[in-house]
Design a protein around this ligand. Structure first.
Ligand code: CO
Ligand code: ZN
Length: 333
């Protein structure tokens, strides 16, 4: 197993849907602690790691929350109805196992009488195998969050499983931080693991407000255009290098920052791709709109099947992104 996989397995396997990031924050803090000078958590739950310097203030952000589900109602037979935390697609959910924070597991199933094409999340339920409502309530309360409970694997340099989005971004930052631990740089570096991205980029803005960076870079996953019969063409392929975001629906990145990221890639021999995502958004948008505005860029890991329990990316793209980010962080004077 690669180092990337091992780190992802550890950070990705930790419970942390939006607003319930405590466990994943602790896991990341334990790893990050040895690379930096100072570590704090703010009121929103963002983890802010600082490697002190007297130069330019650079902020790197990766959201640590994942999508999930939340129990909304338990019927007399003990079946649990749920609502979504972040963006879910019904096709990804049927017969998938989920896990609550206390370890309770259940299967998502659906009302058979509804024609399959008409199913919405309202027709789905979680079955924890309870005898009745009272039995179910011993394990799950209204308001409890759950996440996909699906195994991860690595095969031929490709990683697959739940929550590459965005624990793989967190792993990328951790790898960059490790490379920077001994680096000679004046720059004042902040590595922020943000909360509540999946429910509307809620953590990143507050973190950037307190840090007041000169430049901010978000690290997240992006879609790929390399699958058969895709609806929209996209010039990003899995395994062809980290993607430098030009724009998505929420942000147009600062051209000088995009150029500097590409340059950092060239300097360490890493091929990059240019990302234009016709939908979706990332923390980049929230970082850009903080205070009087911030220059932003984003580095994305090309990822297939985003928000499904079986997301897929290439380990080499993660390694390349970490190297590029470390180069950028050390070099921006
Ligand atoms: Co996402
Ligand atoms: Zn994400």
């Amino acid at each position: 197993m690669s180092k990337v996989f091992d780190l992802w397995n550890e950070v990705g396997g930790t419970f942390g849907p939006s607003g319930r990031e405590d466990a994943v924050r602790e896991t990341i803090a334990a790893i990050a602690g040895e690379y930096i000078d100072d570590i704090t958590t703010d009121a929103l739950g963002n983890l802010i790691c600082r490697k002190k310097g007297s130069g330019k203030k650079l902020l790197f952000a990766a959201h640590m929350d994942s999508i999930g589900v939340v129990a909304t109602w338990i019927d007399d037979k003990g079946f649990i109805r749920f609502s979504q935390v972040g963006g879910l697609f019904k096709g990804d959910l049927i017969n998938i196992t989920v896990r609550f924070a206390n370890g309770t597991r259940g299967v998502i199933s659906y009302e058979e009488k509804t024609p399959f094409k008409d199913l919405t999340l309202d027709n789905l339920f979680i079955d924890i195998g309870a005898k009745d409502k009272a039995d179910a309530e011993k394990c799950v309360q209204i308001g409890d969050f759950a996440v996909f409970d699906v195994p991860r694997f690595e095969q031929n340099g490709v990683l697959c499983g739940p929550y590459l989005d965005n624990r793989i971004g967190c792993v990328t930052l951790l790898l960059a931080m490790e490379q920077l631990a001994e680096a000679e740089t004046e720059n004042d570096l902040y590595f922020v693991f943000t909360a509540q991205e999946e429910v509307g980029l809620r953590g990143a803005g507050a973190a950037a407000f307190s840090v007041e960076p000169d430049v901010a870079i978000a690290v997240d996953v992006t879609d790929t255009g390399d699958l058969p019969e895709r609806k929209t063409p996209m010039a990003v392929d899995m395994g062809k290098g980290p993607a430098v975001k030009v724009m998505d629906r929420s942000v147009i990145c600062t051209p000088a920052v995009c150029a500097a990221l590409e340059q950092a890639g060239q300097e360490c021999g890493i091929t990059t791709q240019r990302e234009i995502l016709p939908f979706g958004g990332t923390d980049t948008a929230a970082l850009q709109k903080t205070r009087a505005g911030v220059q932003v860029g984003a580095v994305s890991i090309p990822t297939r099947y985003i928000h499904s329990p079986s997301e897929m990316c290439a380990a080499s793209d993660v390694e390349g992104a970490a190297k590029l980010l470390a180069k950028f962080a050390a070099g921006q004077n």
